[in-house]
Design a protein around this ligand. Sequence first.
Ligand code: FAD
Length: 285
Amino acid sequence: MAVPYAELTFGGWYLRGGLGTLADALLTRCLDLGVVVQTGTTVTRIDAAGGRVTGVRLAGAAAPAPADVVVANVDALTVYRDLLPSPRRLAGLTDRSLAGFVLLLGVAGDSGLAHHNVFFPGDHDAEFDAVFGDPGRGVRARPAVDPTVFVTVADDPMVRPDGHEAWFVLVNAARHGTATSAVDWRRPGLAEAYADRILDVLAERGVDVRDRLLFREIRTPADLDAATGAPGGTIYGTAGGLLRPANRGPAHGLFLVGGSSHPGGGLPMVTLSAQIVAEEIGPAW
Ligand SMILES: Cc1cc2nc3c(=O)[nH]c(=O)nc-3n(C[C@H](O)[C@H](O)[C@H](O)COP(=O)(O)OP(=O)(O)OC[C@H]3O[C@@H](n4cnc5c(N)ncnc54)[C@H](O)[C@@H]3O)c2cc1C
C-alpha cells in the first residue's frame, strides 16, 4: 500500500527524457566531485585477507586494484557465490524470484492511454502459477498465456517524434534458466512468439496496436541477465521474502548496495540502500 499512498499523497513524478537522465545526472555529479568512473570493465573477484577486503580483480588487468572499501551493486548472490575468494551461502538467497519480459514499441498515432496502464488478467493465480511453476510437483514454469500487462506511454517529446508513441511494455516472467522454476528464454522462436502473444492479449483487452507498430524490440529475462548480471534476469534480486542480505558484507570494508540487498529492489529502495551504505562508510573511514 506504500506505493499508492505515496502516489496519491505526493503525486507521480516523471523525468523528462526518461529515467536514463537520472543516471546521466549522477554521472555528471560524480565527475564534478572528482570520481573516476570506469565502465565496461568486469570485476572478476573481490580480494579479502585477514577478514577485510583488500581490493578487486578486473578482467584483463595484470594487477589487482587495491581498495580499502569495496561497494558492490552486483546481485548479492553473485557477490557471495562468485566474487568472494571462497563461495559462501547466505540464508534467504534463493533463485526463484521474478523476472520480466519487456517490449519496447514504436507506435504510430495516438492511443489515448494514460502514462501508466495496467491490463489485468481474468485469473491472477493462473498467471503466477505459470510464472513460478511448482517444482515440488514437477510442474515447470512457463510464459503466462494471459498475463497482467503493464504499459507506460510517456507524453514526452524527448522520447518520441510528433504523432508517435514510445511504449514500454512489461510482463511478469519466469527467470531465465533450465531449472523447473525457470524458462529457457533462448529457445529458438520463443521470444518472438511470446511478443506476438502479448500484442494479442492487449488487442483482446481493447488496445490493438498490431497494425500501428513501427518497430518492436524484445528484452527477455536472458537479455536482462546478460546486460546487468542479475542471475536469470530477476528484477527484484535473488533474495526471497522481505529479509534482504545486509548492506555490510562478510568481510570488513565490503558493502552490498542495490536492488538485491537491504532494503530491496526498485529505484527508491536502491537509492535508500546507497544512503545507508554511505552513512555506514562515513564514520568508519
Ligand atoms: C524491466 C524492468 C522494469 C523495472 N521497473 C521498475 C520500476 O518501474 N520502478 C522501479 O523503481 N524499479 C524498477 N525496476 C527495478 C530497478 O531497475 C532495479 O531495482 C535497479 O536497477 C537495481 O539497481 P542496482 O544498482 O542494484 O543494479 P543494476 O541497475 O542492475 O546495476 C548493476 C550494474 O552492475 C554491473 N555489473 C554486474 N556484474 C558486474 C561485474 N562482475 N563487474 C562489473 N560490473 C558488473 C551491471 O552491468 C550493471 O550496470 C525494473 C527493472 C527491470 C529489469
